[in-house]
Design a protein around this ligand. Structure first.
Ligand SMILES: Nc1ncnc2c1ncn2[C@@H]1O[C@H](COP(=O)(O)OP(=O)(O)OP(=O)(O)O)[C@@H](O)[C@H]1O
Ligand SMILES: [K+]
Ligand SMILES: [Mg+2]
Length: 704
């Protein structure tokens, strides 16, 4: 076994792990995190930071004004309220600081990966110059050999190597990176273990994958999602309504012959406005992203995480996503009348210029099994025109100038080659059709090989069999997706029979074969026009348009740079069924936000009714009868409410970070259950909490 083969085996076994892991890892949380984040939370109390959150900004302004009033007319009551309003602001900042703090350690680890490396840059004339990794430009070609660190992100344009990506993926098994195929992307900071590759730099220093990962885990570039903005607007509107309602109390009190008390009115306002969800909203979002990072998925936008929670359809490509993606030639079948050796010569000619992994595996088979003199063949093909493989033509080949006219050789998908044969007046309906179907039904990929010289009709020469292996554990994971209400569709450029065979083995719901990149894109648009949210996973450059169009575009880390750039998520483990976790985490995020919003609003409403009787019984004695909890006085009631309001934030930080439990099931039942727990709980909690706090607060001197 060569090093390369050995690591392929490791690569494959490592993919298998994913299937046995739990559905959603609940985030960790410890009280120590609260203490550690305290300095950051204090830093967040500056007005610029506070102004980003309308609800909490009102609390902050309230705390400032109350402090001024307390200095002006000092009283125990004013000072107690001022203190607890500052605590409210601090607790809210703490929620965000704790959520952000969890990414900081990870960011520090990643920074170590980013240390500057010297790159050997290949100039157009072939000479090599050493340059610092931070001075690389897009398009530069760098040479990396065994034992060296890759200086920047890019695609392998020449060679094949095993690469240690553990610094980024945490996975110790080396992976293969090679030119030409869908496993060409390399990440700056990873280490080449064997062989030598030439990499074309695809990202500018400072904007690399690791840079983006650091920004992501630190939450530095976190933007509010449209849903969060909508909720912010709703909360701000509620805040304005309550502000007006509280201001209107002033004249009412004056009318009743009392001087309005500024501190009391500010305290009442803070109790009424939705501070709980206002304080926890951003930490819920950050925690969602963080949970994905824990699962080795990098989400480039919060919007994608939310969309994942509502996905209806999942599209996947076949090779490299459902299968391992090292499609290799395993046997040749010549057409009747063509000799095995003659056929191997033709196949070899068609593949010598084909720089895809499939093409190289064909040349290997020609040399090893059919004893073709590959070097002699290479010499003979010097003046020939290479026809490179494209996903549109689904063919590759070569045009060789010969004495009696140009000899055209093509190999590719059976339907594409058949069309090429018919176009030149040849007969594609050869005796190989049964063999093609047979190979396809096994789930292998048949490539037809055909040729013609000058203007004579083309003939089919034979068949190449490419084999690939379905990643283990697919069927049960797709069954889980089905239970979540998600339809799985395999879209592949391969022929319908092969596609159907692999689809059956992998257990997907639907399959689309012979799809070009445009077809994949069109399929997503059709789904989206039908009002469905679509996720796409893929690894190839030909998947990039679809990855960009999908609501959730999950690119495999093994894929090409183009795919990783186009998608809005990257799975470092390159496991398409990871989408199950992504969906679960997205759903959990939406559910958690819904639950805490329900709780917050119910809570505020209940607080109002809990303290109203005690507050106004001085003005309207009849209200005193409604003071069912026998709160001590107006002052103690409002103080208790403010304290309760602040403590609720602290109490709910763990839930906002860990998320509400999510199990696949009917959405309406889940909604009903959450309304019951968080709606009813939100109504009852303030009555209990304020009653208990009031029992203590009443002993503070000056509480009436
Ligand atoms: N090097 C090659 N030369 C000629 N034909 C090829 C070559 N590689 C693949 N093909 C043919 O082209 C078809 C499409 O390949 P492509 O890699 O574009 O598929 P795809 O759309 O990415 O689908 P998937 O990745 O799911 O197989 C293959 O099924 C195969 O028949
Ligand atoms: K409140
Ligand atoms: Mg592909």
């Amino acid at each position: 076994m060569t090093t390369t083969e050995k690591s392929v085996a490791q690569d494959q076994s490592h993919h298998g792990h994913g299937s046995a892991e739990p559905l959603v890892s609940s985030g960790s949380f410890s009280a120590a995190q609260l203490i550690r984040s305290l300095p950051d939370a204090v830093r967040k109390l500056n007005p610029r930071e506070q102004a980003r959150n309308p609800v909490m900004f009102i609390v902050w302004v309230g705390a400032v004004v109350t402090t001024v009033l307390a200095c002006w007319h000092p009283s125990v009551f004013s000072w107690v309220i001022a203190f607890w309003l500052w605590f409210t602001s601090l607790f809210a900042s703490l929620a965000e600081a704790v959520a952000e703090g969890r990414g900081k350690a990870q960011a520090d680890t990643l920074r170590k990966v980013k240390r500057d490396t010297v790159a050997r840059v290949m100039d157009p004339d072939g000479s090599i110059a050493e340059r610092s990794g931070s001075e690389l430009h897009i398009g530069d070609l760098i040479v990396v050999e065994a034992g060296e660190t890759i200086a920047g992100d890019g695609d392998v344009v020449d060679g094949i190597a095993t690469v240690d990506e553990s610094a980024i993926t945490g996975e110790s098994a080396p992976v293969i990176r090679e030119s030409g195929g869908d496993r060409s992307a390399v990440t700056g900071g990873t280490v080449v273990l064997s062989d030598r590759i030439i990499v074309r730099i695809s990202t500018a220093p400072g904007e690399t994958f690791v840079d983006r990962m650091i920004a992501l885990v630190e939450g530095a570039q976190r933007k509010k999602t449209p849903n969060e903005i909508a909720l912010d607007i709703l909360l701000a509107s509620l805040t304005i309504i309550f502000l007006l309602a509280v201001v209107a109390l002033g004249p009412m009190q004056q009318y009743a012959g009392q001087t309005p008390d500024g501190v009391k009115m500010i305290a009442l306002l803070v109790c009424l406005i939705p501070t709980t969800i206002g304080a926890l909203l951003s930490s819920i979002g950050i925690a969602g992203m963080d949970r994905l990072v824990q699962r080795n998925v990098l989400a480039m936008s919060g919007r994608a995480v939310e969309a994942a929670g509502d996905i209806d359809t999942l599209l996947m490509d076949k090779t490299g996503t459902i299968t391992f993606g090292n499609r290799r030639a395993t046997r040749f079948t010549p057409a009747p009348g063509t000799g095995a050796e003659a056929f191997a010569e033709v196949v070899c000619a068609s593949s010598l210029g084909d720089d895809t992994p499939e093409g190289r595996s064909i040349v290997d088979l020609c040399r090893d099994e059919y004893h073709v003199d590959v070097e002699a063949m290479r010499d003979r093909l010097r003046g020939a025109d290479i026809v490179a493989f494209t996903a549109e033509t689904r063919m590759s080949g070569v045009d060789i100038p010969e004495r009696d006219g140009t000899r055209h050789v093509r190999k590719g998908a059976a339907d594409a080659v058949a069309r090429w044969v018919v176009q030149s007046g040849g007969n594609a309906a050869v005796d190989l059709n049964d063999a093609v179907d047979q190979v396809s039904r096994e789930g292998a990929t048949p490539l037809l090989v055909a040729s013609r010289t000058g203007s004579t009709p083309a003939t089919v020469d034979g068949l190449v069999v490419l084999s690939d292996v379905v990643k283990p554990g697919m069927a049960e994971r797709f069954a889980q997706l089905r239970a979540m209400g998600i339809t799985t569709v395999m879209v592949t450029g391969d022929n319908p029979l092969t596609a159907a065979a692999i689809a059956a083995e992998a257990g997907v719901d639907d399959v689309v074969a012979e799809a070009t990149p445009e077809d994949k894109l069109a399929l997503i648009r059709t789904e989206q026009n039908g009002g469905r949210l679509v996720a796409m996973t893929g690894d190839g450059t030909n998947d990039a348009p679809a990855l960009a169009q999908a609501d959730v575009g999950l690119a495999m880390n093994t894929g090409t740079s183009a795919a990783k750039e186009a998608g809005n998520m990257v799975d470092l483990d390159s496991d398409p069924t990871k989408l199950i976790d992504v969906v679960a985490i997205g759903k959990q995020l939406l559910i958690t936000r819904g639950a805490l919003t329900t709780f917050s609003l119910a809570n505020d409403l209940a607080k109002y009714f809990a303290i109203l009787p005690a507050l106004f019984s001085g003005i309207y004695p009849a209200l005193g009868k409604l003071n069912v909890m026998h709160l001590h006085s107006a002052q103690s009631a409002i103080t208790s409410a403010v304290i309760f309001n602040a403590l609720v934030i602290i109490a709910l930080i763990p839930l906002s970070l860990k998320g509400v439990r999510y199990r696949p099931g009917s959405a309406s039942r889940l909604l009903g259950r959450n309304l019951l727990i968080y709606g009813l709980g939100g109504v009852i909690a303030p009555f209990l909490g304020i009653w208990v706090i009031d029992l203590v607060v009443r002993f503070i001197p000056g509480m009436g």
